[in-house]
Design a protein around this ligand. Structure first.
Ligand code: AMP
Length: 274
C-alpha cells in the first residue's frame, strides 16, 4: 500500500496507473461501515484509494472537530488488510492552501434543510472538500454510505450539475447486531447512552413495520416514532422523497425516513430507505 500526504504527489502517481480507480473518502476511525465501502471498491476496481481527513470546514463552531476520534495506525492496518492500494493522509494545510480560496456553495434550499438547517454551512464544507478530493484522486467511481443520506444526495447533485465524470456508488448502512448504525462517533457513548441510542434504530424499525402493515400516512408514522424516541433530544424526524422534498404520504421505493438527535452530548443520525 502506497501512502501519500501531498496532493501533487498523489496526482502524479495516479498518472502512472492503468485501469479503473475506486475512491472512498473517510474521516477515519474506521469501522465496518467504512470497511464495506472499501471492500466494494476493491472488488469493483483495479485500484482503490482511501482518504482519511478530518475536514475542518464541515464542522461548525462548538462541534467535535478537536476531539474527533483518531486511530491512524489501526486505520492503515485495516486499509492494508482490506486490499487498499493507496492511502491518502493529507494535513489541513495540504488541502486548504490559501486563506482566500475559490469556494463552493451548497444549494441554498437542499443544502439548508434537515442536516443543513441544524448544521448551517456543514454541506458547504462537505462539498468543498469532496470536490478537492475528487480532483486529487480523479476516480472512476466514488463510494458513499446511505447513512449520510443528504450528503450522498448533495454529492450526486454536485456531480450532475458540475458535470463530474465520476460514478457515485451509494452503499447500504451497516449496523451492529442490535440495530445501532455504525458510526465513528459511537465511541463517545457510555454503556447507558448506547442503550438509549438503540431507540433510534428501533423507531425506524417501528416505522418500517407500520409501513409493512399498510400505514402510508407520514404524520401518523412520525407520531409513532416520536413515541419511541421520547428519551432522546430529537432535532428532526422527517419523511422525504429521494430528492429530499418532505412528503405526507409514503411511496414504496421512493421515500426516506430520517432521524437526527442527541444522546447525551453525541449527535447521531440514522435513516431507512423505504
Ligand atoms: P465518515 O468517516 O463518517 O465521513 O464516513 C465516510 C463514509 O462512510 C461516508 O460515505 C459515510 O456515509 C460512510 N459510512 C459511515 N458509517 C456508515 C455505516 N454505518 N454504513 C455504511 N456507510 C457508512
Amino acid at each position: 500500500m502506497e501512502i501519500f500526504s501531498k496532493p501533487d504527489d498523489l496526482i502524479n502517481y495516479k498518472k502512472t496507473l492503468k485501469g479503473s480507480v475506486g475512491f472512498v473518502p473517510t474521516m477515519g476511525a474506521l469501522h465496518n461501515g467504512h470497511i464495506s465501502l472499501i471492500k466494494r471498491s476493491v472488488q469493483e476496481n483495479d485500484h482503490t484509494i482511501v482518504s482519511i481527513f478530518v475536514n475542518p470546514t464541515q464542522f461548525l463552531e462548538g462541534e467535535d472537530f478537536d476531539k474527533y476520534p483518531k486511530k491512524i495506525e489501526a486505520d492503515s492496518k485495516i486499509c492494508e488488510l482490506a486490499g487498499v492500494d493507496i492511502l491518502f493522509l493529507p494535513t489541513k494545510e495540504d488541502i486548504y492552501i490559501n486563506s482566500d480560496e475559490v469556494l463552493i456553495n451548497a444549494p441554498k434550499i437542499k443544502g439548508y434543510i434537515l442536516e443543513g438547517y441544524h448544521r448551517p454551512g456543514h454541506f458547504d464544507g462537505v462539498l468543498r472538500v469532496v470536490l478537492k478530493l475528487f480532483n486529487i484522486t480523479s476516480p472512476t467511481k466514488a463510494y458513499f454510505g446511505k447513512k449520510d443520506a443528504q450528503q450522498l444526495y448533495l454529492i450526486e447533485k454536485m456531480k450532475r450539475e458540475l458535470f463530474l465524470d465520476i460514478e457515485i456508488v451509494p452503499c447500504d448502512i451497516i449496523r451492529e447486531e442490535n440495530g445501532l448504525a455504525m458510526s465513528s462517533r459511537n465511541v463517545y457513548l457510555s454503556p447507558t447512552e448506547r442503550n438509549q441510542a438503540l431507540l433510534i434504530s428501533r423507531a425506524l424499525k417501528r416505522a418500517s413495520n407500520l409501513i409493512i402493515s399498510g400505514q402510508r400516512d407520514a404524520k401518523k408514522i412520525k407520531e409513532y416514532m416520536m413515541d419511541v424516541l421520547k428519551e432522546i433530544r430529537i432535532e428532526y424526524v422527517e419523511i422525504t422523497d429521494r430528492d429530499f422534498n418532505k412528503t405526507d404520504e409514503i411511496k414504496i421505493g421512493e421515500s426516506i425516513i430520517l432521524i437526527a438527535g442527541y444522546v447525551g452530548d453525541t449527535r447521531l443520525i440514522d435513516n431507512i430507505w423505504v
